[in-house]
Design a protein around this ligand. Structure first.
Ligand SMILES: Cc1ncc(COP(=O)(O)O)c(C=O)c1O
Length: 303
């Protein structure tokens, strides 16, 4: 659980394993048990044999979402989740332009690397239609903690860099690889307002911030009082199991019914059984509440 052992049997207290979200991290018995039980029942691709594991987890995950965010698609990673979210936004709106933040990270495939702008992780890809807006960084940004002033740049990008119509906007709620940067207060409501006026969908990338880690809220976007059109997640969702998800509304999800969308392994029985077990452990062991205490403690130490 909280310990790791090296090749000589030396014990380490693991304060590093961020993806291992459930209490104390490694080999949680409830998660191990769920994986073993599901492996003994059936493990295969997601699409061939109908199985309850996927529906059970989708239902549990949807219950953690606000508003009408009730349709869940599973993927194998955060990159895939964001690729799917960007594709849905483009299909739904019929537009191509995406706005993302400087210093953001969203994955390492075509569309997601295009949306990524964090310089240490940025590779040069064809990124037609991607615009990187001013980062609302309350520590180093020109407008300090005034989120609305940074959001004006999103409106400028729409006004001066597009036809006035966009497919969507994607951002983390706390930038992970960008240095644990919380977005300046008031940023998301103002930025979402501009994007919605331009017909775009707002995508919240919760790959690093989600799953109770904020303490005060289960999802990072909730700290800014917004409800996105699409939420993506991965990493902590499976406590180390390769799993990601995209959650959206039934109306938006409908765009994927026009052709046959599938993902061979995304949401396979073993991974979704593990995901459900992780979510149950988070609730059983009050992990969100414990994160609140940790944040209060670390803020006191910082002060
Ligand atoms: C915010 C964010 N989005 C997306 C990703 C991509 O996830 P994955 O590495 O599972 O493809 C990452 C990975 O670090 C991330 O931090």
């Amino acid at each position: 659980m909280q310990y790791l052992f090296d090749e000589n049997g030396r014990r380490y207290l693991d304060g590093f394993g961020g993806i291992a979200t459930v209490c104390c991290g490694h080999c949680h018995p409830d998660v191990v048990d769920a994986i073993v039980k599901q492996s003994n029942r059936i493990q295969h691709s997601t699409v061939l044999y109908l199985n309850h594991a996927i529906a059970d987890f989708a239902e549990a995950l949807a219950s953690k979402m606000p508003g009408n965010l009730k349709v869940v698609f599973f993927t194998n990673s955060g990159t895939e989740a964001n690729e799917l979210a960007l594709m849905i936004a483009r299909l739904y709106t019929g537009c191509h332009d995406i706005i993302s933040l400087r210093n953001g990270y969203h994955g390492n495939a075509g569309a997601t690397m295009g949306a990524t702008a964090q310089s240490s992780w940025k590779f040069n890809v064809i990124q037609s239609g991607v615009h990187h807006a001013l980062n609302p960084d309350p520590y180093r940004g020109v407008f300090g903690s005034d989120g609305e002033k940074y959001a004006k740049d999103v409106q400028d990008v729409i006004d001066f860099g597009t036809t006035g119509h966009v497919a969507g906007f994607i951002s983390e709620s706390i930038q992970g690889v960008g240095g644990i940067i919380e977005l300046a207060p008031g940023y998301l409501p103002a930025a979402y307002g501009s994007v919605k006026k331009a017909g775009g969908l707002c995508i919240a990338d919760e790959v690093q911030a989600g799953f109770g880690r904020m303490g005060s809220h289960f999802w990072g976007f909730e700290t800014q009082g917004v409800v996105p059109d699409i939420v993506t997640m991965a990493k902590g969702i499976g406590n180390g199991i390769p799993l990601g998800a995209v959650v959206t509304t039934p109306e938006i999800a409908e765009v994927l019914t026009h052709r046959s969308y599938f993902n061979t392994f995304g949401g396979n029985p073993l991974c979704t059984a593990a995901g459900l077990a992780v979510l149950k452990v988070m609730e059983k062991e009050n992990l969100q509440e414990k994160c609140t205490s940790c944040r209060v403690l670390s803020q006191k130490e910082t002060n």
